[in-house]
Design a protein around this ligand. Structure first.
Ligand SMILES: Cc1cc2nc3c(=O)[nH]c(=O)nc-3n(C[C@H](O)[C@H](O)[C@H](O)COP(=O)(O)OP(=O)(O)OC[C@H]3O[C@@H](n4cnc5c(N)ncnc54)[C@H](O)[C@@H]3O)c2cc1C
Length: 561
């Protein structure tokens, strides 16, 4: 995949070599683009959306009742989020009236396709949304709008929904689909059609682009192999004259800028990230009501039908503590800042206290920007210095380190992906006698001899989020109680991805690799089974928090089968 970063320009604008690829300068003053030759003349097929969509004409109109309901909801939202949404809206406007007036840092963008220029007769720009499922505070969305505004073209958002994805369950899909529903509504209010295409992007997006004369595609970035493969497939299947660019909208310092290699650990990436925060940790301009209307309307989406059609495991139920969507994510951020932030540093390793942000589900689905969370949390640094610094360490350094590892190590979820010292020590102890051996079924149902482990497992199964401290203990015990590190890692990833609402995330693969294979850690005193991999035990947990209290809260009796 090409690492070049270029803003697609019209072909008629020249070679595109006039400006440095990685220029960080505001390009709004560069040679203005000529109006599309075919402006006003639309592709006759444009209104005929042939891609498979889930539609229901009856749901297309917004009634007065809907408007009243929405206004009422907005008022309620202000009460819940303490005005954070309004304050953030103002703050975006104070940065720039739109992304056209904003100095967009082009290092966030890289060209994936061979073609870099937009064709002259383009009829629109597409933001192919994938990892970052939100409208505001999304650099990929903003970049797509910037291109569209510059070219005076309509902007479309496309989301390709696969009815089945790895082992994702209705817990994950339900959260995602309800979040997308909010995205679709927000897009509607901004004159940006939101198209939900059913199927793999490689099967539905290229046809959409061809049929509707789309001139350029912008997408977001994930370091995981399946989404990377999607991007590579799309690149091969898009018409040759349609440029594809990728914007890292998830990390504050773009993954490919933070480092060009796999970093050894937090200590080696920390400075690289912090040194670039002044450049990248900026506020966002707003997405504006798009001024260029398209003849291609979004097919109305029947969300209930869409939900019902999913071919996923429905036995892992949705959870009610985490309301999906960007607004709910902002509410959780507000609650974290106003109630829990002061305890974050002192109590974050205590699973009986409410000190963590709980933001991982919204971060994972891209419904809330980590950068927005950091901008807001940092405002409290003079009040809660240690907590703010710890939060930045987790949400920026550790999280971006996880993306770095998955991006540069293709074996990010396998023992082969470990450092040599860890592979060797695990091999040396592969035949050590295990005191207990459990099957996947025993682990899944929380039926081990260890009441703390079982309680943590039940918390994850029933609430979709295990406390961060216990995740380490939980995974290390899986190493101890399975027949090999390979099996242990496989079980841990399977259970994590099946039950954690934030599962299937680089943080999850790295969390399991850290616990079982010593990734981003160092060697410790050698012992059975673990070798030099850091060990954790029940007594150690007892020294950290009231283990009995946690075991009572998540006692199996409270969760009858
Ligand atoms: C075995 C194991 C499995 C894990 N699985 C996942 C997973 O599937 N998805 C996931 O997002 N995280 C995972 N983590 C990392 C971490 O435990 C969670 O991110 C955290 O518990 C989420 O809760 P929070 O949002 O309240 O975190 P907070 O403590 O409030 O932290 C804020 C944010 O910082 C980031 N963060 C925190 N801890 C870490 C960490 N150790 N590594 C990387 N980023 C971090 C997350 O984005 C988190 O949302 C795992 C860790 C381990 C040891």
């Amino acid at each position: 995949m090409s690492q070049k970063a270029r803003a697609p320009k019209r072909k008629s604008e020249g070679s595109g070599n006039e400006k440095s690829d990685t220029s960080q300068e505001d390009d709004s003053k560069t040679k203005s683009f000529t109006a599309p030759k075919s402006q006003g003349k639309r592709n006759p097929q444009e209104h005929k959306n042939k891609s498979k969509v889930i539609s229901d004409a009856s749901s297309s109109e917004t009634s007065d009742v809907d408007v009243k309901k929405r206004k009422l909801q907005e008022k309620k939202d202000v009460d819940v989020n303490g005005g954070l949404l309004e304050a953030v809206k103002k703050s975006r406007l104070s940065v720039a009236t739109s992304v056209s007036d904003f100095k967009f840092n082009k290092k966030r963008v890289r060209l994936v396709s061979a073609e870099e220029n937009l064709k002259d007769d383009a009829l629109g720009i597409v933001y192919w949304m994938s990892r970052d499922q939100r409208v505001e505070d999304n650099w990929a969305f903003l970049y797509a709008q910037r291109l569209a505004l510059k070219q005076k073209l309509p902007l479309h958002v496309v989301f390709c929904l696969v009815p089945k994805f790895l082992d994702a369950t209705i817990r994950h899909y339900g959260f995602m689909i309800k979040g997308l529903q909010e995205v679709a509504e927000d897009c509607k209010g901004l004159n940006i059609p939101f198209h939900l295409l059913i199927g793999y992007a490689k099967d539905v997006l290229p046809d959409f682009v061809k049929e509707h004369g789309i001139g350029g595609v912008v997408t977001d970035f994930s370091p995981l192999r399946v989404p990377l493969q999607w991007v590579s497939d799309i690149c091969k299947r898009l018409p040759e004259d349609v440029p594809l660019v990728q914007v890292d909208a998830h990390n504050i310092v773009p993954c490919w800028v933070a480092s060009n290699k796999q970093e050894y650990g937090a200590r080696t990436i920390r400075r690289k990230i912090h040194d670039q925060l002044t450049q990248f940790l900026t506020d966002f301009p707003p997405v504006i009501t798009h001024p260029y209307k398209s003849n291609l309307k979004a097919e109305p989406i029947d969300w209930d039908k869409c939900y019902a059609s999913l071919e996923v495991d429905r036995t892992v139920k949705e959870v009610d503590w985490a309301k999906p969507g960007s607004k709910a994510g902002m509410n959780t951020l507000h609650l974290f800042i106003s109630v829990r932030l002061k305890f974050f540093n002192s109590d974050r390793n205590n699973p009986n206290r409410q000190a963590l942000s709980n933001l991982s589900p919204w971060f994972h689905f891209g419904q809330l920007s980590v950068q927005r969370a950091i901008l807001e949390v940092q405002k409290y640094r003079s009040k809660y210095k240690e907590s703010v610094d710890s939060f930045v360490e987790e949400a920026v350094v550790r999280r971006e380190l996880a993306d770095n590892y998955c991006y540069y190590n293709k074996n990010y979820d396998k023992v082969e992906g470990a450092y040599d010292w860890a592979k060797n020590t695990l091999k040396d102890h592969a035949k050590d006698k295990r005191t207990h051996l459990y099957s996947l079924e025993q682990l899944e149902s929380g039926k081990t001899h260890d009441p703390l482990w079982n309680a943590a497992q039940l918390q994850m199964v029933h609430e979709g989020k295990m406390h961060g401290f216990l995740r380490m203990y939980w995974a290390k015990k899986i190493l101890e109680w399975t027949s090999s590190p390979e099996e242990g890692l496989r079980f841990a990833i399977y259970l994590n991805d099946r039950f954690e609402l934030d599962g299937r995330d680089p943080n999850g693969y790295v969390g399991c690799m850290w616990s079982i294979c010593g990734i981003h850690d160092q060697g410790w005193a050698e012992r059975a089974v673990f070798g030099k991999i850091r060990y954790m035990n029940y007594q150690g947990c007892k020294r950290k928090f009231d283990v009995a209290e946690f075991e009572r809260r998540y006692h199996p009796k409270k969760f009858p089968a």
